[in-house]
Design a protein around this ligand. Structure first.
Ligand code: PMP
Length: 400
């Protein structure tokens, strides 16, 4: 479709064009029912079959162990900031924890984990411990999150019996990411935790961009769909059975994992359209992974390798620009995100405007950094192709 531009936006973000074309058909007639997806009952057999397929495809892609549930909810990552606290505190009490204000450990590495931590504090139900906070002052005097902490700096700091331990894998605003190596068990940043520790991960902006390492070390993994796999409105929660089975009247039902488990994610009307489009994206991911010579269950490895390639191209151009005094990276070596590459343009706001408007003239949008930090942010989610990244690199070179 010629009037579409390249979308490097951080979320909602690019979706595969083939999927959008298919979704247009589904809006008129969902799976030959004669009813559009935005009009069909979520209790119909057709939708029920569909949502089970979405769940199953997610399980295949993630190679999810049997003792984890996949739940679909609304409210975004932001609702999960509160939901994890309420559900984990309930679980703490149900397993006999007696502290009036149970410890909740937060690893703060950027704007999103900071927001989650502040929400836990605001709720006032536990004793929030900030195990690490990597915020520092940059050369220009502004506060910044520019690195992932060395694990030795926090591994002995966890509370005795915490209700939860929270981290965010990829900080979408600040462009830092836990770069855990899938091959090496000792690379897991939380390897010092005992088995069964109540580890919670915000996977919002890297979900389905690569396999999730060490899934079985987590109690809860959650993500909004609107980065790599679908439209906003759908939140995916992956929760280990023992943490999902707690009923507690202090949890509003729309945030309760047990209510979602018992109703198979249909406690109330789910975001049907988001689920539909996410389902189409997952089907396509399985096909493409298989086309690239892998068994379907290894499709995510294909995306992971592509992500690494795309990010290395952008980082190489960034390095070149740094050497020539035109770009300035914001993140320390080894901490950079492969999903959201962030940098500044040397020369201030005018130069930044020149960069962004030059990109727009060439059909590339969504490159402005988050309003809280400014600069440039290149989001490289699954639907952004290598060809599109090459166009950006060409432009970065021209700009230099
Ligand atoms: N966590 C991360 C890592 C995010 O990137 C975002 C949104 N960009 C959120 C949480 C919040 O998600 P939502 O806006 O869907 O509530």
């Amino acid at each position: 479709m010629s009037d579409r531009v390249i979308n490097f936006g951080a979320g909602p973000s690019a979706l595969p064009e083939e999927v959008l074309t298919e979704a247009c058909k589904g809006l008129l007639n969902f799976q030959n029912t004669g009813i559009g997806i935005a009009e069909i009952s979520h209790r119909s057999a057709d939708f029920d079959r569909y949502i089970r397929e979405v769940e199953e495809n997610m399980r295949i892609l993630l190679r999810l162990p049997q003792d984890y549930k996949v739940l679909f909810a609304q409210g975004g990552g932001t609702a999960q900031f509160s939901a994890v606290v309420l559900n984990m505190l309930a679980r703490y009490r149900s397993r006999g924890g007696t502290a009036e204000k149970p410890a909740m450990d937060y690893i703060v590495t950027g704007s999103w984990s900071e927001k989650a931590m502040k929400e836990a504090k605001r709720l006032g139900l536990g004793d929030v411990n900030v195990i690490v906070n990597t915020q520092t002052i940059a050369d220009d005097g502004k506060k910044t999150f520019n690195h992932i902490p060395d694990r030795d700096s926090y591994k002995n700091k966890f509370s005795q019996d915490p209700a939860l331990i929270y981290y965010c894998v990829n900080e979408t605003v600040d462009g830092v990411e836990f770069n855990d190596d899938l091959e090496s068990p000792t690379s897991f940043p939380f390897d010092s935790l005992p088995d069964g520790a109540p580890l919670v991960a915000d996977y919002s902006s890297s979900f389905m961009s690569r396999p999730i390492p060490f899934i079985d070390k987590h109690a809860i993994i959650y993500a909004g769909a609107q980065k790599n796999i679908g439209p906003a409105g759908l939140t995916i929660i992956i929760v280990r059975d023992e943490w999902a089975n707690v009923s507690d009247n202090s949890i509003p039902l729309c945030l309760s994992y047990k209510a979602l488990v018992d109703s198979r994610s249909l406690y109330n009307t789910p975001p049907v359209l988001s689920i539909y489009i996410t389902g189409l994206v997952l089907r396509r991911m399985l096909e493409i992974g298989a086309e690239n010579g892998r068994p379907r269950k290894k499709a995510l490895e294909y995306y992971g390798e592509r992500t690494v390639k795309k990010a290395s191209k952008v980082n190489a151009a960034l390095k070149e620009g740094e050497a020539r005094g035109i770009f300035k990276g914001k993140v320390l070596e080894g901490s950079g995100s492969k999903m959201n590459v962030v940098f500044d343009i040397v020369g201030g706001e005018d130069k930044l405007k020149e960069f962004v408007s030059g990109a727009e003239q060439r059909g590339m949008k969504g490159l402005k950094g988050h309003r809280s930090v400014g600069g440039v942010r290149v989001s490289l989610y699954n639907a952004v192709t290598e060809d599109q990244v090459d166009k950006l690199i060409q432009y970065m070179n021209q700009f230099m």
